[in-house]
Design a binder for this molecule. Structure first.
Ligand code: AQP
Length: 333
């Protein structure tokens, strides 16, 4: 069976719909036929210097949302990154294999650091994709289900894997492949439908947060930015707002975009928005109930995460040992 690894940062109280459609639904779909490992990447979240109590709370909340979405600890490994210290250890080895210029070309770093300024940007944010490569290579991962925004980071993981195999022998690590599902690879902000929806968006008005009040969500969908035409058709370049709504509708209702476009012929944008809101809430209402159920019992949630960390470490520890040896570090007797 091929191995899957993916993670999400606990950078917000709630995941957003792009996280769910771009990544989490794939995680759930892939866990039957693959050896799947899913992680709350709390060390990555440290790059933006969160409040300690808030980070702890968000780590549990993120795990609860994975479970509520259908990640099943009986079929997958679910754990918290910092519970398996091998991630941070391998990141050091990999940072010594990454060019400064190579890391500097990462567009996510350029975007985030240009907003924060040099003084407000941590070295951790710069090396973020190196830690991500460590997450992936530690498990001899074959496939990484992510959204489009992670494609460049994954390319760096592949380059690093190939570099290690070239330098230390061809079977040093497995070279991972991205798994990006085109239809939902990039969900856009409702107010700015040419930018991706993001947990840490400057304004929350274009966001669909999975744990938000249903009334707020419906209002945001009804106020989504569209265009001055009246025709409902799928054309991401000319009609990004309408196309984004059709993508969301299609993914959550499990109906092809073409069928929706045919159904809405002659109808108005208001009709489409009303129905998208209905479809989103039909999914979110039971989802929110499940999340609150998991959060009401933190001891059980922590036990699931502890068991996941044990199982993850059984795989990670020998990989790190192998890499320490290949890098020429003298092992302790
Ligand atoms: N808008 C999106 N459409 C499709 N997929 C998306 N993902 C994120 N936004 C969209 C995917 O969700 C996973 C989350 O990864 P992350 O938590 O490490 O952070 P990210 O990619 O930076 O996502 P956010 O929501 O924008 O978080 P912040 O604001 O904290 O940086 C990844 O698989 C990502 O591709």
């Amino acid at each position: 069976r091929s191995r899957i690894f993916s993670g999400m940062q606990p950078t917000s109280d709630s995941l957003q719909l792009g996280n769910y459609l771009g990544a989490l639904t794939q995680w759930v779909a892939l866990q039957d036929d693959h050896d799947a490992i899913y992680c709350v990447v709390d060390l990555h979240a440290l790059t933006v210097n969160p409040d300690p109590a808030v980070l702890r709370d968000r780590t549990r909340r993120t795990a609860a949302q994975f479970l509520a979405a259908g990640v099943d600890p009986a079929r997958s490994i679910l754990f918290v990154q910092s519970h398996v210290p091998e991630h941070a250890e391998l990141a050091w080895l990999l940072s010594c294999q990454t060019g400064f210029g190579e890391a500097g070309r990462m567009t996510q770093f350029k975007d985030k650091s240009s907003k924060q300024g040099t003084e407000g940007t941590t070295v951790g944010l710069f090396t973020y994709p190196v830690l991500m490569a460590a997450d992936i290579l530690l498990y001899d991962t074959n496939l990484v289900p992510v959204g489009e925004d992670q494609r460049q980071h994954l390319e760096l993981s592949r380059d690093l894997a190939q570099r290690l195999n070239h330098r230390f022998g061809k079977d040093t690590v497995v070279v991972p492949e991205p798994h990006i599902v085109k239809a939902t690879a990039k969900i856009y902000d409702l107010q700015d439908p040419t930018s991706k929806m993001s947990k840490s968006a400057e304004s929350p008005n274009g966001l669909i947060e999975l744990l938000d009040d249903p009334k707020v969500i419906a209002k945001r969908i009804k106020s989504a930015v569209t265009d001055t035409e009246r025709e409902i058709r799928f054309d991401p370049a000319a009609k990004p707002g309408i196309s984004n709504l059709l993508t969301i509708y299609s993914a959550l209702a499990g109906r092809p975009v073409d069928a929706l476009v045919a159904e809405y012929e002659g109808k108005g944008y208001g009709d489409l928005k009303k129905d998208v809101a209905e479809v989103v809430l039909a999914f979110l209402t039971p989802f929110q109930e499940r999340v609150h159920g998991y959060l009401a019992d933190p001891a059980s949630l922590d036990a699931v995460l502890a068991d996941g960390a044990d199982r993850a470490q059984e795989i990670a520890a020998p990989t790190l040992e192998r890499l320490y040896d290949r890098f020429g570090l003298l092992r302790r007797r």
